[in-house]
Write a protein that binds this ligand. Sequence first.
Ligand code: G6Q
Length: 545
Amino acid sequence: MKESQSWRRLEEHSREMAGRHMRDLFAADPHRFERFSLKVGDIFLDYSKNRITQETLDLLFALLRESEVEQWRERMFRGEKINFTERRAVLHTALRQQTDEPVYVDGHDVIPDIRAVLDRMEDFCNRVRSGEWTGYTGMRITDVVNLGIGGSDLGPKTVTEALKPYAHESIRTHFVSNIDATHIAETLKLLDPATTLFIVASKSFTTEETMTNANTARRWFLEHGGAEADISRHFVAVSTNTEAVRAFGIDTGNMFEFWDWVGGRYSVWSAIGLPVALSVGMDRFRAFLRGGWEMDRHFRTASPEHNMPMILAMIGIWYNNFCGAETHAVMPYDQYLRYLPMHLQQVDMESNGKRITRDGTQVEWHTGPVIWGEAGANGQHSFYQLLHQGTHLISADFILPMQSHNPIGNHHDRLVANCIAQTEALVLGRTADEVRKDMLASGCGEDEIAALLPHKVFPGNFPTNSLLIDKLTPESLGALIALYEHKVFVQGIVWRVNSFDQWGVELGKHLTGRIEAEIARGEPVTSHGQSTNGLINYYLGHRRS
Ligand code: G6Q
Protein backbone atom coordinates (compact mmCIF):
# COMPACT_ATOMS: atom_id res chain seq x y z
CA MET A 1 0.00 0.00 0.00
CA LYS A 2 2.83 2.36 0.85
CA GLU A 3 3.97 2.10 -2.77
CA SER A 4 0.57 3.15 -4.08
CA GLN A 5 0.29 6.45 -5.92
CA SER A 6 -2.21 7.94 -3.44
CA TRP A 7 -0.17 6.96 -0.37
CA ARG A 8 2.99 8.51 -1.83
CA ARG A 9 1.12 11.67 -2.79
CA LEU A 10 -0.29 11.91 0.74
CA GLU A 11 3.21 11.61 2.18
CA GLU A 12 4.42 14.44 -0.05
CA HIS A 13 1.35 16.48 0.76
CA SER A 14 1.87 16.01 4.52
CA ARG A 15 5.31 17.60 4.13
CA GLU A 16 3.75 20.54 2.27
CA MET A 17 1.09 20.93 4.97
CA ALA A 18 3.50 20.64 7.90
CA GLY A 19 4.19 24.35 8.22
CA ARG A 20 0.62 25.53 7.63
CA HIS A 21 -1.53 26.81 10.47
CA MET A 22 -5.30 26.46 10.46
CA ARG A 23 -5.52 30.17 11.26
CA ASP A 24 -4.21 30.76 7.73
CA LEU A 25 -6.43 28.13 6.16
CA PHE A 26 -9.48 29.84 7.65
CA ALA A 27 -8.23 33.28 6.64
CA ALA A 28 -7.76 32.07 3.07
CA ASP A 29 -11.28 30.71 2.68
CA PRO A 30 -14.34 32.53 4.03
CA HIS A 31 -16.50 29.53 3.10
CA ARG A 32 -14.40 26.91 4.84
CA PHE A 33 -17.06 26.19 7.50
CA GLU A 34 -19.79 25.58 4.88
CA ARG A 35 -17.42 23.65 2.66
CA PHE A 36 -16.22 21.34 5.41
CA SER A 37 -19.45 20.53 7.22
CA LEU A 38 -22.49 18.36 6.57
CA LYS A 39 -25.66 17.17 8.23
CA VAL A 40 -27.00 13.63 8.27
CA GLY A 41 -30.28 13.08 10.11
CA ASP A 42 -29.92 14.76 13.50
CA ILE A 43 -26.12 14.96 13.38
CA PHE A 44 -24.28 18.02 12.10
CA LEU A 45 -20.55 17.54 11.55
CA ASP A 46 -18.13 20.46 11.36
CA TYR A 47 -14.77 19.17 10.18
CA SER A 48 -13.38 22.54 9.13
CA LYS A 49 -11.06 22.69 12.17
CA ASN A 50 -8.73 20.09 10.70
CA ARG A 51 -5.31 20.42 9.13
CA ILE A 52 -6.75 19.76 5.70
CA THR A 53 -7.39 21.47 2.39
CA GLN A 54 -9.55 20.31 -0.50
CA GLU A 55 -6.42 18.70 -1.91
CA THR A 56 -5.93 16.70 1.30
CA LEU A 57 -9.46 15.38 1.03
CA ASP A 58 -9.11 14.58 -2.67
CA LEU A 59 -5.99 12.55 -1.94
CA LEU A 60 -7.62 10.80 1.00
CA PHE A 61 -10.65 9.87 -1.10
CA ALA A 62 -8.33 8.58 -3.82
CA LEU A 63 -6.79 6.30 -1.18
CA LEU A 64 -10.26 5.21 -0.06
CA ARG A 65 -11.23 4.32 -3.64
CA GLU A 66 -7.95 2.55 -4.27
CA SER A 67 -8.61 0.50 -1.10
CA GLU A 68 -11.98 -0.60 -2.54
CA VAL A 69 -13.86 0.53 0.55
CA GLU A 70 -17.15 0.73 -1.33
CA GLN A 71 -16.84 -2.84 -2.61
CA TRP A 72 -15.97 -4.13 0.88
CA ARG A 73 -18.91 -2.20 2.33
CA GLU A 74 -21.25 -4.08 -0.02
CA ARG A 75 -19.68 -7.39 0.95
CA MET A 76 -20.40 -6.63 4.59
CA PHE A 77 -24.01 -5.58 4.02
CA ARG A 78 -24.63 -8.62 1.80
CA GLY A 79 -23.49 -11.06 4.49
CA GLU A 80 -20.25 -12.29 2.92
CA LYS A 81 -17.88 -13.84 5.46
CA ILE A 82 -15.53 -10.87 5.64
CA ASN A 83 -14.47 -11.91 9.16
CA PHE A 84 -12.41 -14.56 7.43
CA THR A 85 -10.25 -15.63 10.39
CA GLU A 86 -13.40 -16.76 12.18
CA ARG A 87 -15.26 -17.64 8.94
CA ARG A 88 -18.15 -15.40 9.90
CA ALA A 89 -20.37 -12.83 8.27
CA VAL A 90 -20.52 -9.36 9.87
CA LEU A 91 -24.16 -8.39 10.05
CA HIS A 92 -24.90 -6.02 12.87
CA THR A 93 -26.44 -3.91 10.09
CA ALA A 94 -29.04 -6.65 9.48
CA LEU A 95 -30.11 -6.37 13.13
CA ARG A 96 -31.32 -2.82 12.51
CA GLN A 97 -32.53 -3.21 8.94
CA GLN A 98 -35.98 -1.67 8.60
CA THR A 99 -36.96 -3.27 5.28
CA ASP A 100 -37.78 -6.91 4.53
CA GLU A 101 -35.04 -7.22 1.92
CA PRO A 102 -33.54 -10.68 2.60
CA VAL A 103 -29.99 -10.96 3.96
CA TYR A 104 -28.53 -14.42 3.48
CA VAL A 105 -26.01 -16.27 5.61
CA ASP A 106 -25.21 -19.68 4.09
CA GLY A 107 -28.34 -19.41 1.96
CA HIS A 108 -30.60 -18.67 4.95
CA ASP A 109 -32.44 -15.35 5.24
CA VAL A 110 -31.67 -14.01 8.73
CA ILE A 111 -34.22 -11.20 8.74
CA PRO A 112 -37.21 -13.32 9.93
CA ASP A 113 -35.04 -14.75 12.76
CA ILE A 114 -34.10 -11.24 13.87
CA ARG A 115 -37.72 -10.11 13.84
CA ALA A 116 -38.81 -13.16 15.84
CA VAL A 117 -36.31 -12.40 18.62
CA LEU A 118 -37.35 -8.74 18.65
CA ASP A 119 -40.98 -9.83 19.07
CA ARG A 120 -40.03 -12.11 21.98
CA MET A 121 -38.07 -9.28 23.57
CA GLU A 122 -41.07 -7.04 23.16
CA ASP A 123 -43.42 -9.49 24.83
CA PHE A 124 -41.00 -10.02 27.73
CA CYS A 125 -40.26 -6.30 28.19
CA ASN A 126 -43.93 -5.43 28.18
CA ARG A 127 -44.63 -8.01 30.86
CA VAL A 128 -41.77 -6.91 33.08
CA ARG A 129 -42.42 -3.19 32.61
CA SER A 130 -46.16 -3.48 33.22
CA GLY A 131 -45.66 -5.52 36.39
CA GLU A 132 -47.35 -8.59 34.93
CA TRP A 133 -44.06 -10.52 35.24
CA THR A 134 -43.43 -10.80 38.95
CA GLY A 135 -40.77 -12.20 41.24
CA TYR A 136 -41.29 -15.21 43.48
CA THR A 137 -43.29 -13.29 46.11
CA GLY A 138 -45.61 -11.79 43.53
CA MET A 139 -43.98 -8.36 43.60
CA ARG A 140 -43.01 -6.57 40.41
CA ILE A 141 -39.41 -6.35 39.20
CA THR A 142 -37.68 -3.16 40.34
CA ASP A 143 -34.06 -3.95 39.49
CA VAL A 144 -32.46 -5.45 36.42
CA VAL A 145 -28.84 -6.61 36.68
CA ASN A 146 -26.92 -7.28 33.49
CA LEU A 147 -24.10 -9.77 34.07
CA GLY A 148 -21.77 -9.56 31.09
CA ILE A 149 -18.38 -8.20 30.09
CA GLY A 150 -16.76 -6.52 27.07
CA GLY A 151 -19.23 -6.34 24.22
CA SER A 152 -21.89 -7.90 26.44
CA ASP A 153 -21.55 -4.98 28.86
CA LEU A 154 -20.16 -1.78 27.34
CA GLY A 155 -22.69 -1.32 24.53
CA PRO A 156 -25.84 -1.86 26.63
CA LYS A 157 -24.35 0.08 29.56
CA THR A 158 -23.50 3.06 27.33
CA VAL A 159 -26.90 3.08 25.66
CA THR A 160 -28.91 2.53 28.86
CA GLU A 161 -27.08 5.41 30.50
CA ALA A 162 -27.45 7.65 27.44
CA LEU A 163 -31.20 7.04 27.34
CA LYS A 164 -31.76 7.48 31.06
CA PRO A 165 -34.21 10.36 30.51
CA TYR A 166 -36.51 7.78 28.91
CA ALA A 167 -36.07 5.12 31.61
CA HIS A 168 -38.99 3.37 33.33
CA GLU A 169 -39.60 5.24 36.56
CA SER A 170 -39.58 2.19 38.80
CA ILE A 171 -37.00 -0.05 37.15
CA ARG A 172 -33.32 0.53 37.91
CA THR A 173 -30.67 -1.04 35.72
CA HIS A 174 -27.26 -2.22 36.96
CA PHE A 175 -24.26 -3.56 35.10
CA VAL A 176 -21.84 -5.99 36.69
CA SER A 177 -18.86 -6.98 34.57
CA ASN A 178 -15.73 -7.35 36.66
CA ILE A 179 -14.61 -10.66 38.16
CA ASP A 180 -13.48 -8.62 41.17
CA ALA A 181 -16.12 -9.62 43.75
CA THR A 182 -16.38 -5.99 44.80
CA HIS A 183 -18.39 -5.22 41.68
CA ILE A 184 -21.15 -7.74 42.34
CA ALA A 185 -20.97 -7.40 46.14
CA GLU A 186 -21.55 -3.64 46.03
CA THR A 187 -24.40 -4.10 43.56
CA LEU A 188 -26.13 -6.87 45.51
CA LYS A 189 -26.07 -4.75 48.67
CA LEU A 190 -28.66 -2.51 47.01
CA LEU A 191 -31.00 -5.28 45.95
CA ASP A 192 -33.90 -7.41 47.11
CA PRO A 193 -33.86 -10.87 45.49
CA ALA A 194 -37.66 -10.91 45.35
CA THR A 195 -37.70 -7.95 42.95
CA THR A 196 -34.45 -8.47 41.03
CA LEU A 197 -34.09 -9.85 37.52
CA PHE A 198 -30.67 -11.03 36.36
CA ILE A 199 -29.74 -11.08 32.68
CA VAL A 200 -26.81 -13.38 32.04
CA ALA A 201 -25.44 -11.87 28.83
CA SER A 202 -22.75 -13.82 27.07
CA LYS A 203 -22.41 -14.69 23.41
CA SER A 204 -20.31 -17.75 24.22
CA PHE A 205 -21.77 -18.44 27.68
CA THR A 206 -18.31 -19.60 28.72
CA THR A 207 -16.66 -16.29 29.65
CA GLU A 208 -15.13 -16.77 33.07
CA GLU A 209 -15.93 -13.34 34.52
CA THR A 210 -19.59 -13.56 33.54
CA MET A 211 -20.06 -17.17 34.59
CA THR A 212 -18.41 -16.49 37.95
CA ASN A 213 -20.71 -13.52 38.53
CA ALA A 214 -23.75 -15.50 37.37
CA ASN A 215 -22.95 -18.31 39.82
CA THR A 216 -22.45 -15.80 42.65
CA ALA A 217 -25.75 -14.12 41.80
CA ARG A 218 -27.55 -17.46 41.79
CA ARG A 219 -26.05 -18.45 45.15
CA TRP A 220 -27.03 -15.05 46.61
CA PHE A 221 -30.55 -15.50 45.28
CA LEU A 222 -30.90 -18.97 46.81
CA GLU A 223 -29.36 -17.88 50.13
CA HIS A 224 -31.67 -14.87 50.45
CA GLY A 225 -35.06 -16.47 50.11
CA GLY A 226 -35.30 -17.68 46.51
CA ALA A 227 -35.77 -21.38 45.70
CA GLU A 228 -34.52 -23.43 42.74
CA ALA A 229 -38.02 -23.40 41.29
CA ASP A 230 -38.02 -19.58 41.35
CA ILE A 231 -34.87 -19.23 39.26
CA SER A 232 -36.79 -19.06 35.99
CA ARG A 233 -38.55 -15.90 37.15
CA HIS A 234 -35.33 -14.18 38.13
CA PHE A 235 -32.70 -15.32 35.62
CA VAL A 236 -32.84 -14.93 31.86
CA ALA A 237 -30.05 -15.39 29.34
CA VAL A 238 -28.88 -13.71 26.16
CA SER A 239 -26.58 -15.97 24.19
CA THR A 240 -25.78 -17.89 21.04
CA ASN A 241 -25.11 -21.06 23.08
CA THR A 242 -28.38 -22.82 23.98
CA GLU A 243 -26.67 -25.91 25.42
CA ALA A 244 -24.57 -23.91 27.89
CA VAL A 245 -27.59 -21.84 28.94
CA ARG A 246 -29.51 -25.03 29.70
CA ALA A 247 -26.53 -26.51 31.55
CA PHE A 248 -26.37 -23.41 33.74
CA GLY A 249 -29.96 -24.04 34.78
CA ILE A 250 -31.71 -21.25 32.93
CA ASP A 251 -34.95 -22.24 31.23
CA THR A 252 -34.22 -21.93 27.49
CA GLY A 253 -37.72 -20.49 27.20
CA ASN A 254 -36.16 -17.48 28.94
CA MET A 255 -33.24 -17.28 26.54
CA PHE A 256 -32.97 -14.59 23.90
CA GLU A 257 -30.91 -15.70 20.99
CA PHE A 258 -28.41 -13.99 18.76
CA TRP A 259 -25.97 -15.32 16.23
CA ASP A 260 -22.29 -15.84 15.53
CA TRP A 261 -22.39 -13.18 12.81
CA VAL A 262 -22.88 -10.51 15.50
CA GLY A 263 -19.52 -9.42 16.93
CA GLY A 264 -19.53 -8.77 20.69
CA ARG A 265 -18.65 -5.08 20.37
CA TYR A 266 -21.38 -4.67 17.73
CA SER A 267 -24.01 -6.62 19.65
CA VAL A 268 -25.99 -3.89 21.41
CA TRP A 269 -28.34 -4.00 18.41
CA SER A 270 -29.18 -7.64 19.15
CA ALA A 271 -30.83 -9.20 22.22
CA ILE A 272 -27.71 -8.01 24.09
CA GLY A 273 -29.70 -4.74 24.08
CA LEU A 274 -32.29 -6.37 26.40
CA PRO A 275 -31.39 -4.19 29.43
CA VAL A 276 -31.84 -1.12 27.22
CA ALA A 277 -35.24 -2.35 26.09
CA LEU A 278 -36.30 -3.17 29.66
CA SER A 279 -35.27 0.27 30.75
CA VAL A 280 -36.69 2.46 27.98
CA GLY A 281 -39.29 0.16 26.44
CA MET A 282 -39.29 -1.73 23.19
CA ASP A 283 -40.65 1.14 21.09
CA ARG A 284 -37.64 3.21 21.98
CA PHE A 285 -35.27 0.30 21.47
CA ARG A 286 -36.77 -0.06 17.99
CA ALA A 287 -36.26 3.69 17.48
CA PHE A 288 -32.61 3.21 18.43
CA LEU A 289 -32.36 0.50 15.76
CA ARG A 290 -34.06 2.82 13.26
CA GLY A 291 -31.47 5.52 13.98
CA GLY A 292 -28.67 3.03 13.31
CA TRP A 293 -30.36 1.99 10.07
CA GLU A 294 -30.68 5.61 8.90
CA MET A 295 -26.92 5.92 9.27
CA ASP A 296 -26.47 2.60 7.45
CA ARG A 297 -28.51 3.93 4.53
CA HIS A 298 -26.43 7.08 4.41
CA PHE A 299 -23.18 5.11 4.64
CA ARG A 300 -24.31 2.75 1.90
CA THR A 301 -25.57 5.34 -0.56
CA ALA A 302 -23.72 8.65 -0.15
CA SER A 303 -20.65 9.30 -2.28
CA PRO A 304 -17.40 9.29 -0.27
CA GLU A 305 -17.13 13.08 -0.44
CA HIS A 306 -20.54 13.41 1.28
CA ASN A 307 -20.34 10.36 3.48
CA MET A 308 -19.99 11.17 7.17
CA PRO A 309 -18.39 7.90 8.34
CA MET A 310 -15.99 7.98 5.38
CA ILE A 311 -15.01 11.60 6.01
CA LEU A 312 -14.29 10.94 9.70
CA ALA A 313 -12.41 7.76 8.85
CA MET A 314 -10.17 9.38 6.26
CA ILE A 315 -9.41 12.41 8.44
CA GLY A 316 -8.42 9.92 11.15
CA ILE A 317 -6.12 8.16 8.69
CA TRP A 318 -4.58 11.50 7.75
CA TYR A 319 -3.46 12.17 11.33
CA ASN A 320 -2.61 8.56 12.15
CA ASN A 321 -0.58 7.73 9.07
CA PHE A 322 0.64 11.04 7.70
CA CYS A 323 0.87 13.50 10.61
CA GLY A 324 2.30 11.29 13.37
CA ALA A 325 -0.69 11.32 15.73
CA GLU A 326 -1.00 8.25 17.92
CA THR A 327 -4.17 8.88 19.87
CA HIS A 328 -7.64 10.19 19.21
CA ALA A 329 -9.89 11.62 21.91
CA VAL A 330 -13.68 11.53 22.20
CA MET A 331 -15.19 14.27 24.35
CA PRO A 332 -18.96 14.09 24.76
CA TYR A 333 -20.32 17.30 26.25
CA ASP A 334 -23.23 15.43 27.73
CA GLN A 335 -23.23 13.67 31.06
CA TYR A 336 -25.57 10.99 29.67
CA LEU A 337 -22.86 10.07 27.15
CA ARG A 338 -20.17 9.61 29.74
CA TYR A 339 -19.61 5.94 28.92
CA LEU A 340 -19.38 6.59 25.18
CA PRO A 341 -15.57 7.00 25.15
CA MET A 342 -15.28 3.60 26.84
CA HIS A 343 -17.61 1.94 24.36
CA LEU A 344 -15.82 3.51 21.40
CA GLN A 345 -12.52 2.45 22.90
CA GLN A 346 -13.65 -1.14 22.49
CA VAL A 347 -15.33 -0.66 19.11
CA ASP A 348 -12.24 1.02 17.69
CA MET A 349 -9.26 -0.52 19.48
CA GLU A 350 -10.51 -4.10 19.50
CA SER A 351 -11.44 -3.82 15.83
CA ASN A 352 -8.36 -2.10 14.43
CA GLY A 353 -5.68 -2.86 16.99
CA LYS A 354 -4.16 -5.34 14.55
CA ARG A 355 -0.79 -5.79 12.87
CA ILE A 356 -1.40 -8.50 10.30
CA THR A 357 -3.02 -7.69 6.97
CA ARG A 358 -5.69 -9.66 5.19
CA ASP A 359 -2.86 -11.36 3.25
CA GLY A 360 -1.21 -12.55 6.45
CA THR A 361 1.76 -10.18 6.22
CA GLN A 362 2.84 -7.66 8.80
CA VAL A 363 1.61 -4.08 8.24
CA GLU A 364 4.15 -1.39 7.45
CA TRP A 365 1.92 1.41 8.64
CA HIS A 366 0.22 2.35 11.87
CA THR A 367 -3.25 0.90 12.39
CA GLY A 368 -5.80 1.86 15.06
CA PRO A 369 -4.94 4.80 17.32
CA VAL A 370 -5.35 4.81 21.09
CA ILE A 371 -8.89 6.02 21.79
CA TRP A 372 -9.62 7.81 25.01
CA GLY A 373 -11.80 10.57 26.38
CA GLU A 374 -14.04 11.91 29.06
CA ALA A 375 -17.27 13.84 29.37
CA GLY A 376 -16.87 17.60 29.10
CA ALA A 377 -16.46 19.84 30.93
CA ASN A 378 -14.70 17.56 33.46
CA GLY A 379 -11.72 16.88 31.19
CA GLN A 380 -11.05 20.62 30.89
CA HIS A 381 -10.03 20.67 34.52
CA SER A 382 -7.60 17.80 34.20
CA PHE A 383 -5.95 16.56 31.00
CA TYR A 384 -6.89 19.29 28.48
CA GLN A 385 -3.70 21.04 29.54
CA LEU A 386 -1.77 18.45 27.55
CA LEU A 387 -3.97 19.06 24.51
CA HIS A 388 -3.32 22.79 24.59
CA GLN A 389 0.35 22.95 25.44
CA GLY A 390 1.72 19.41 25.39
CA THR A 391 4.00 18.03 22.71
CA HIS A 392 1.69 15.40 21.21
CA LEU A 393 -0.54 15.89 18.22
CA ILE A 394 -3.97 14.71 19.35
CA SER A 395 -7.11 14.87 17.28
CA ALA A 396 -10.44 14.99 19.06
CA ASP A 397 -14.18 14.69 18.48
CA PHE A 398 -16.36 17.07 20.47
CA ILE A 399 -19.93 15.77 20.71
CA LEU A 400 -22.61 18.19 21.80
CA PRO A 401 -26.42 18.03 21.90
CA MET A 402 -28.26 21.26 21.10
CA GLN A 403 -31.07 20.59 23.55
CA SER A 404 -30.65 19.36 27.07
CA HIS A 405 -32.91 16.85 28.80
CA ASN A 406 -32.43 18.96 31.91
CA PRO A 407 -32.94 22.59 30.92
CA ILE A 408 -32.17 24.09 34.30
CA GLY A 409 -31.17 27.74 34.49
CA ASN A 410 -28.36 28.51 32.06
CA HIS A 411 -26.43 25.27 32.58
CA HIS A 412 -26.80 24.21 28.98
CA ASP A 413 -25.77 27.52 27.44
CA ARG A 414 -22.70 27.42 29.63
CA LEU A 415 -21.91 23.83 28.70
CA VAL A 416 -22.20 24.73 25.02
CA ALA A 417 -19.98 27.78 25.50
CA ASN A 418 -17.35 25.61 27.17
CA CYS A 419 -17.36 23.07 24.37
CA ILE A 420 -17.15 25.59 21.53
CA ALA A 421 -14.56 27.69 23.38
CA GLN A 422 -12.30 24.64 23.68
CA THR A 423 -12.40 23.87 19.98
CA GLU A 424 -11.71 27.53 19.24
CA ALA A 425 -8.76 27.67 21.64
CA LEU A 426 -7.36 24.44 20.23
CA VAL A 427 -7.44 25.71 16.67
CA LEU A 428 -6.34 29.31 17.22
CA GLY A 429 -4.01 29.00 20.15
CA ARG A 430 -2.64 32.28 21.51
CA THR A 431 0.29 34.02 19.89
CA ALA A 432 3.09 35.82 21.73
CA ASP A 433 1.72 39.16 20.42
CA GLU A 434 -1.72 38.46 21.83
CA VAL A 435 -0.32 37.40 25.17
CA ARG A 436 1.88 40.49 25.32
CA LYS A 437 -1.04 42.78 24.56
CA ASP A 438 -3.17 41.17 27.27
CA MET A 439 -0.36 41.38 29.81
CA LEU A 440 0.30 45.03 29.05
CA ALA A 441 -3.41 45.79 29.29
CA SER A 442 -3.53 44.19 32.73
CA GLY A 443 -0.63 46.34 33.90
CA CYS A 444 2.27 43.86 33.81
CA GLY A 445 5.78 45.26 33.61
CA GLU A 446 8.39 44.24 31.03
CA ASP A 447 10.25 41.95 33.47
CA GLU A 448 7.13 40.02 34.30
CA ILE A 449 6.16 39.79 30.64
CA ALA A 450 9.60 38.44 29.73
CA ALA A 451 9.40 35.81 32.48
CA LEU A 452 5.84 34.62 31.87
CA LEU A 453 5.13 35.18 28.20
CA PRO A 454 6.48 31.87 26.85
CA HIS A 455 4.37 29.96 29.37
CA LYS A 456 1.21 31.71 28.25
CA VAL A 457 1.63 31.08 24.53
CA PHE A 458 -0.55 28.36 22.98
CA PRO A 459 0.55 27.00 19.61
CA GLY A 460 -2.99 26.11 18.45
CA ASN A 461 -3.47 24.23 15.18
CA PHE A 462 -4.88 21.26 17.12
CA PRO A 463 -7.55 19.45 15.11
CA THR A 464 -11.11 18.82 16.23
CA ASN A 465 -14.34 17.56 14.73
CA SER A 466 -17.52 18.99 16.22
CA LEU A 467 -20.54 16.70 16.15
CA LEU A 468 -23.67 18.64 17.04
CA ILE A 469 -26.73 16.51 17.76
CA ASP A 470 -30.17 18.12 17.75
CA LYS A 471 -31.11 16.19 20.88
CA LEU A 472 -29.97 12.95 22.43
CA THR A 473 -32.85 10.62 21.51
CA PRO A 474 -32.95 6.88 20.80
CA GLU A 475 -32.77 7.65 17.05
CA SER A 476 -29.90 10.11 17.21
CA LEU A 477 -27.96 7.87 19.58
CA GLY A 478 -28.44 4.94 17.20
CA ALA A 479 -27.15 7.06 14.33
CA LEU A 480 -24.17 8.26 16.37
CA ILE A 481 -23.04 4.78 17.37
CA ALA A 482 -23.53 3.43 13.84
CA LEU A 483 -21.51 6.39 12.55
CA TYR A 484 -18.53 5.35 14.65
CA GLU A 485 -18.94 1.67 13.74
CA HIS A 486 -18.74 2.54 10.05
CA LYS A 487 -15.83 4.91 10.58
CA VAL A 488 -13.93 2.02 12.16
CA PHE A 489 -14.95 -0.28 9.29
CA VAL A 490 -13.61 2.12 6.65
CA GLN A 491 -10.31 2.53 8.47
CA GLY A 492 -9.91 -1.22 8.88
CA ILE A 493 -10.40 -1.72 5.13
CA VAL A 494 -7.83 0.96 4.27
CA TRP A 495 -5.35 -0.53 6.77
CA ARG A 496 -6.13 -3.97 5.29
CA VAL A 497 -6.79 -5.63 8.62
CA ASN A 498 -9.67 -7.85 9.72
CA SER A 499 -11.63 -5.50 12.01
CA PHE A 500 -13.90 -8.26 13.23
CA ASP A 501 -11.76 -10.80 15.03
CA GLN A 502 -10.13 -10.36 18.47
CA TRP A 503 -7.38 -12.87 19.08
CA GLY A 504 -5.98 -10.64 21.80
CA VAL A 505 -9.18 -11.06 23.82
CA GLU A 506 -9.21 -14.81 23.19
CA LEU A 507 -5.64 -14.96 24.51
CA GLY A 508 -6.74 -13.38 27.79
CA LYS A 509 -9.55 -15.91 28.06
CA HIS A 510 -7.09 -18.83 27.91
CA LEU A 511 -4.07 -17.41 29.72
CA THR A 512 -5.39 -17.42 33.25
CA GLY A 513 -6.41 -21.09 33.44
CA ARG A 514 -2.97 -22.44 34.25
CA ILE A 515 -2.21 -19.85 36.95
CA GLU A 516 -5.66 -20.30 38.47
CA ALA A 517 -5.01 -24.03 38.83
CA GLU A 518 -1.64 -23.37 40.46
CA ILE A 519 -3.16 -20.86 42.88
CA ALA A 520 -5.90 -23.36 43.70
CA ARG A 521 -3.23 -26.00 44.52
CA GLY A 522 -1.53 -23.51 46.79
CA GLU A 523 2.01 -24.97 46.43
CA PRO A 524 4.95 -22.69 45.58
CA VAL A 525 5.54 -22.71 41.80
CA THR A 526 8.73 -22.93 39.75
CA SER A 527 7.23 -23.60 36.33
CA HIS A 528 7.21 -20.00 34.96
CA GLY A 529 9.88 -17.35 34.47
CA GLN A 530 11.36 -15.95 37.69
CA SER A 531 9.19 -12.82 37.82
CA THR A 532 5.95 -14.75 37.27
CA ASN A 533 6.99 -17.42 39.80
CA GLY A 534 7.88 -14.64 42.22
CA LEU A 535 4.54 -12.88 41.87
CA ILE A 536 2.49 -16.06 42.26
CA ASN A 537 4.52 -17.17 45.27
CA TYR A 538 4.27 -13.71 46.83
CA TYR A 539 0.50 -13.91 46.49
CA LEU A 540 0.41 -17.39 47.98
CA GLY A 541 2.38 -16.10 50.95
CA HIS A 542 0.24 -13.01 51.48
CA ARG A 543 -3.30 -13.96 50.53
CA ARG A 544 -4.53 -14.72 54.00
CA SER A 545 -4.19 -12.12 56.70
C1 G6Q B 1 -16.11 -8.24 21.65
C2 G6Q B 1 -15.18 -9.16 22.28
C3 G6Q B 1 -15.33 -9.28 23.77
C4 G6Q B 1 -16.55 -10.08 24.22
C5 G6Q B 1 -16.42 -10.41 25.69
C6 G6Q B 1 -17.59 -11.18 26.22
O1 G6Q B 1 -16.14 -7.97 20.48
O2 G6Q B 1 -15.21 -10.39 21.67
O3 G6Q B 1 -15.35 -8.04 24.40
O4 G6Q B 1 -17.72 -9.36 23.98
O5 G6Q B 1 -15.24 -11.13 25.89
O6 G6Q B 1 -17.78 -12.38 25.52
P1 G6Q B 1 -19.09 -13.20 25.72
O7 G6Q B 1 -20.24 -12.39 25.26
O8 G6Q B 1 -18.91 -14.46 24.89
O9 G6Q B 1 -19.21 -13.51 27.18
